[in-house]
Design a protein around this ligand. Structure first.
Ligand code: GLN
Length: 541
């Protein structure tokens, strides 16, 4: 029988429910349990694919091509269970499916209502996650308790324990215990109110995870326990981590959360041993770096810290792998246009251009790439970053004046990047998005092959435009190497300039496959090259 953990959040948003859920998933996996993770989002958009990164942060793409919430990135980085389309539902999707059923006569003329029809639909997507091969499903409910939007989800998880048995469900509520400077005290009242709201709708939390700036005293824990109707051991402190998010699971272990969950759910198959040495080693490496470098990420949404979430995380992973502390400079590409690359990029040992849509700041990206190429600074381009590298190389190395992507200039004389159906002989994909995991083959003796250590790879995609194959020979003659292509050679996946210390760009999104304990080989190679650049400079001068 699959057991279910439901994670809700109260008091304020942005408490890090995703990270806490992922950490719990990781700890349960380390105790030998098979875990699946799911996120239910109360907003009405069908998926975050069309939402602005300003609103929602990055869109996280899974192997199966679904465009999901960025919390699924935390899940994949911390746990090993496979995530699919079933792992992220929104109110929009739930309603769409109920309305489709209604149109098809599924409800036999009954009045279709939030309870039971919407709640049944929610329960069915939760139930679908269980099965013989899963011990625990962790379902995180987005939003904050008290929001109108999340009510149907909370009602559904309340009913769920009646359907499958109380002993098979555990409710974990994440709250805030703020510190009031003037009173020099931690305040438990917001937590009491938030739990009160949950109990009003019939959910009694089993575990409270309390985010706080300062440690919670035993006395305060007892107070929270008494007012919120839980045992004192079930009040778990989760203190802010100023050093690294990878300390979160370790602090939850210190507070014995895994033991508590295993006991409460009667998870008899869990091993008694919990081996988190790889994570303690990771923190040790983070705390004791041998090198220090600065990497510039030049993008359109640089000021929004969640817009390139997986990119920043992947750079950190590569830092851990290379025992290097990395300072990341978030630079707006539009600022490069105003102030110049030299002024904004001169202190960096590596320049990364992430993916994106829309033409704002494109010329700033092209200028940054030119700067990196001409000065031998390691460059890593991702998706739009690769397309900009092709534009830059076309314009400045091959002399293709006005070279551009047809996404940004329909009338360019040299559409070096274009839609597939704008190219001769290939008509299969048109303007639809290339999404999800696809295979590629790597060229022998390329930097890409050396980094991956193999010639067949699979990486995730999210783009419409492609390298225009009509220009392939011209670019090759001009010194660019197409070191990764679709297995039939038909589409360009990776470009390199072999005469440069590290000039490599990819059409896919490697940042979705990097993990703290297994840095992505291309990020690792890029950071390695940046470390090398700094060492060479130190030696020469
Ligand atoms: N806008 C480009 C395209 O659609 C790049 C997309 C991206 O970087 N994810 O091809």
């Amino acid at each position: 029988m699959t057991k279910h953990i439901f994670v809700t959040g109260g008091v304020v948003s942005s408490l890090g429910k995703g990270l806490t859920s992922a950490s719990i998933g990781m700890l349960l996996e380390q105790r030998g349990l098979r875990v699946r993770m799911q996120k239910l989002d109360p907003y009405i958009n069908v998926d975050p694919g069309t939402m602005s990164p300003y609103q929602h942060g990055e869109v996280y793409v899974l192997d199966d091509g679904s465009e999901t919430d960025l919390d699924l990135g935390h899940y994949e980085r911390f746990t090993s269970g496979v995530l699919t389309r079933d792992c992220n539902y929104t109110t929009g999707q739930i309603y769409q499916s109920v309305i489709d059923k209604e149109r098809n006569g599924h409800f036999l003329g009954k009045t279709v209502q939030v309870i039971p029809h919407i709640t049944n639909e929610i329960k069915s997507v939760i139930k679908r996650m269980g099965g013989d091969d899963v011990d625990v499903v962790i379902t995180e409910i987005g939003g904050t308790v008290g929001d109108i939007e999340s009510l149907p989800f909370l009602e559904a998880i309340r009913q769920f324990s009646i359907d499958v048995g109380k002993e098979n469900c555990l409710y974990l509520h994440l709250t805030l215990v703020p510190y009031l400077k003037a009173a020099d005290e931690l305040k438990t009242k917001p937590t009491q109110h938030s739990v009160g709201q949950l109990r009003e709708i019939g959910i009694q939390p089993d575990i409270l995870v309390c985010r706080c700036e300062h440690s919670i005293s035993q006395e305060d824990k007892e107070k929270i326990a008494l007012f919120c109707n839980v045992s004192t051991e079930a009040v778990i402190e989760e203190k802010d981590k100023d050093f690294s998010i990878y300390e979160v699971p370790l602090s939850l272990v210190d507070n014995k959360i895994d033991e508590l969950i295993v006991d409460k759910l009667g998870l008899s198959s869990a091993s008694t041993e919990l081996d988190i040495t790889p994570w303690t080693n990771l923190i040790h490496r983070l705390r004791n770096p041998r090198h220090e470098i600065s990497i510039a990420v030049v993008g359109k949404y640089a000021e929004h810290k969640d817009a390139y979430k997986s990119i920043y995380e992947s750079i950190d992973h590569a830092g851990i792998a290379n025992e290097t502390q990395i300072r990341i400079g978030r630079i707006q590409s539009a600022d490069i246009e105003r102030e110049g690359a030299e002024k904004l990029l001169s202190g960096y040992q590596g320049i990364l251009i992430p993916g994106g849509f829309g033409d704002r700041g494109i010329e700033g990206k092209v200028e940054s790439i030119k700067y990196a190429r001409e000065r031998g600074i390691p460059f890593f381009g991702i998706c739009l970053g690769m397309q900009c590298a092709v534009i830059e190389y076309g314009r400045h190395v091959l002399g293709l004046t006005g070279a551009h992507s047809s996404e940004f200039n329909k009338d360019t004389p040299h559409p070096v990047i274009c839609l597939l159906d704008e190219q001769q002989n290939i008509t299969q994909m048109g303007g639809t998005m290339r999404l999800g995991s696809q295979p590629a083959k790597l060229m022998a003796d390329s930097k890409a092959e050396a980094a991956y250590g193999q010639q067949s790879i699979e990486e995730r995609h999210r783009h419409r435009y492609e390298f225009n194959n009509e220009y392939r020979t011209q670019f090759e003659d001009g010194g660019m190497v197409f070191s990764g292509t679709r297995p039939d050679g038909g589409l360009v996946e990776i470009i390199e300039v072999p005469t440069h210390p590290w000039f490599l760009a990819v059409q896919f999104h490697p940042e979705f496959k990097s993990k703290p304990l297994q840095a992505h080989p291309l990020f690792s190679g890029f950071v390695g090259a940046a470390v090398q650049l700094k060492q060479n400079k130190n030696q020469s001068g």
